[in-house]
Ligand binder design. Structure first.
Ligand code: B1M
Length: 215
């Protein structure tokens, strides 16, 4: 579809000032929001990341593309807002792991989870170990979710879990993890109950987990 190609190339170029009318046009053409996210925006980010790996694009290019995707998500978010007929499902605390500054995927998970009726407490990026612990004490969440995009800082996840366990809170929460380098095997290694490869799978897994908890 021509408009999806335009959104893709605009995101690759990082032309953030040009993205809003394109997203509006796609919405006007009744293109599925998931198609816009998965087949244009996220695909463009993967391309930019690959070109960064090979040295054909640089850090400022990644930043501009990220800014473009964020601007696009601002336009899409009101269209993904919570359906008022959905009852409150539970509470989720989420953050990007210590040392990691990536937040676009996490923000997408938040939007999808809110769309399913969850209250989401967003701790942001580069979250300190104690911050998850404090947020659990304060909000008594059903689920604690870690987002991680860097292979190096995924190594901090066991320390996050240890901090939660040391505070005597591990059995109170269901843990979840996701992010490009994360696998089911990684989640299993640390007894993390939920692994999800993308934001919509995450929202589905969150719903399943709280429903099982109630049984
Ligand atoms: Co960075 N970066 N980056 N970066 N960056 C990656 C991740 C990288 C794969 C690029 C590459 O080299 N190919 C690579 C990591 C390699 C690795 O370790 N495996 C990398 C690198 C190396 C770096 C730096 C180290 C670069 C440097 O300084 N030399 C640096 C690190 C800074 C730090 O964090 N300390 C860095 C910096 C940045 C920017 C700041 C420029 C920018 C981030 C801006 C921002 O987020 N506000 C950036 C960007 C934009 C990227 C890429 C290009 C795009 C990431 C993105 O937003 N994707 C990325 C390339 C790539 O991923 N292929 C790359 C779109 C988003 C929708 O997808 O985040 O994967 P994603 O989220 C998905 C799923 O993963 C999942 O759902 C989401 C949607 O479906 N998901 C979850 C995510 N979190 C979840 C949590 C869940 C469940 C699912 O909970 C249950």
């Amino acid at each position: 579809m021509a408009i999806l190609d335009d959104i893709y190339s605009t995101t690759v170029k990082g032309a953030y000032k040009e993205i809003e009318p394109l997203i509006q046009k796609a919405l006007g053409e009744n293109i599925d929001i998931n198609d816009i996210i998965n087949n244009s925006l996220s695909k463009a980010m993967i391309y930019v990341g690959d070109k960064f790996s090979t040295g054909e694009l640089y850090m400022p290019d990644m930043l501009l593309s990220a800014k473009t995707m964020k601007a696009a998500m601002e336009v899409l978010k009101p269209h993904m807002k919570k359906n008022s007929h959905i009852a409150e499902k539970g509470t989720i605390v989420i953050g990007t792991v210590k040392g990691d500054l990536h937040d676009i995927g996490k923000n997408l998970v938040i939007t999808m989870a809110e769309g399913q009726g969850f209250k989401v407490i967003d701790l942001g990026i580069d979250v300190d170990y104690s911050k998850f612990v404090d947020a659990i004490k304060e909000n008594n969440p059903d689920i604690v979710a870690f987002s991680g995009l860097l292979t190096t800082t995924l190594a901090n996840i066991p320390t996050h879990i240890k901090a939660i366990a040391d505070a005597g809170l591990r059995d109170n929460v269901i843990l979840a993890v996701g992010g490009a380098p994360v696998t089911r095997h990684f989640a299993d290694m640390y007894n993390i109950e939920i692994y999800a490869p993308d934001a919509s799978a995450a929202a589905k897994e969150f719903v399943k987990a709280v429903e099982n908890k109630k049984k």
